[in-house]
Design a protein around this ligand. Structure first.
Ligand code: ZN
Length: 288
């Protein structure tokens, strides 16, 4: 029912939007780019620089897995030139709107479509593997260039800078991983399969991949047993999850708590590389 309402609103908005010249869309002559949640917003602004207006639909500090845009937000989205999302069910609401967006002339880019490394269970948090994040940036650059060919060279140049930074990030993770004494990370939700696959780690999630529901008492007991049996020193919480369950496990077992950020949202406007290096420091503390 919710989806039907969104589609109806989107169709009505599309009819209005198609009549509005670019100059009336906020007075900017830059392309208007909308993104589905913070990670996509950040990767997009890295490529877009000052040549596009980039807006994030999922508000800062909001967990994207269960986010749904309002009818008003959908209406704004249909006025966009480009819509950037990740896909693989990271943003379930996008399934019902891509056709509407296409009908209203919005270039919609599913940036996970060509990532090189997909995990066995199709964990949608693909950007936590830097090689995948770079492929997503490539898809973003392609979409921006399709909407704005005059600035294609500028977007390509910025993509080149990001290539160097992602290669260095990947190298720094590989170097650190060689010296990890332990390879198991206990995380608040199972967002890290891509990171684990890239660097030889094993994840034990307190919550599942979609971060729904609290863990069962059986799962809590399994995790606490594992921590005590294996002498685990730290478990990981994350910025957008309630830390009460992590705190309970820490209090029960005496282990410490560190932050591992899946980069789904950032209240502090941090960029991808900053967060990935903060994560690396936390992993070094926990696993060395
Ligand atoms: Zn997640």
């Amino acid at each position: 029912m919710k989806h039907i309402r969104i589609l109806a609103a989107a169709a009505a908005a599309a009819m209005l939007a198609s009549c509005a010249p670019a100059a009336e869309r906020g007075g900017s002559d830059k392309i208007q780019v909308y993104t589905s949640f913070y990670a996509m917003y950040d990767l997009t602004r890295m490529i877009a620089g000052d040549r596009a207006d980039v807006y994030n639909i999922c508000p800062a500090g909001t967990e994207p897995h269960d986010f749904e845009p309002t009818a008003a937000e959908m209406a704004r989205l249909t006025e966009a030139d480009v819509f950037i999302y990740s896909g693989m069910s990271m943003e379930p609401w996008t399934d019902s709107v891509t056709e509407t967006l296409s009908d209203s002339g919005v270039i919609a880019a599913e940036t996970s479509a060509d990532v090189p490394n997909v995990t066995e269970n199709y964990d949608p948090h693909v950007w936590l593997d830097p090689e995948n994040a770079y492929a997503q940036m490539e898809a973003i650059a392609d979409a921006l260039t399709a909407a704005d060919p005059d600035n294609g060279g500028y977007y390509a140049e910025r993509l080149g800078e990001c290539r160097e930074k992602t290669e260095k990030l990947d190298g720094d993770y590989k170097a650190a991983a060689e010296s990890f004494a332990s390879h198991v990370i206990i995380t608040s939700h199972e967002a890290y399969m891509n990171l684990c696959d890239a660097y030889g780690l094993i994840q034990m999630g307190i919550n599942g991949v979609d971060n729904a529901d609290d863990p069962t008492p059986t799962r809590m007991a399994e995790i606490e047993d594992f921590i005590e049996t294996n002498g685990v020193g730290y478990i990981f919480t994350e910025p957008l999850s309630s830390s009460s369950i992590v705190d309970t496990i820490a209090a029960d077992t005496g282990c410490g708590v560190l932050v591992l950020d899946p980069f789904e949202g950032s209240a502090e406007d941090k960029d991808y590389f900053t967060v990935m290096y903060e994560n690396l420091e936390a992993l070094k503390t926990a696993l060395s």
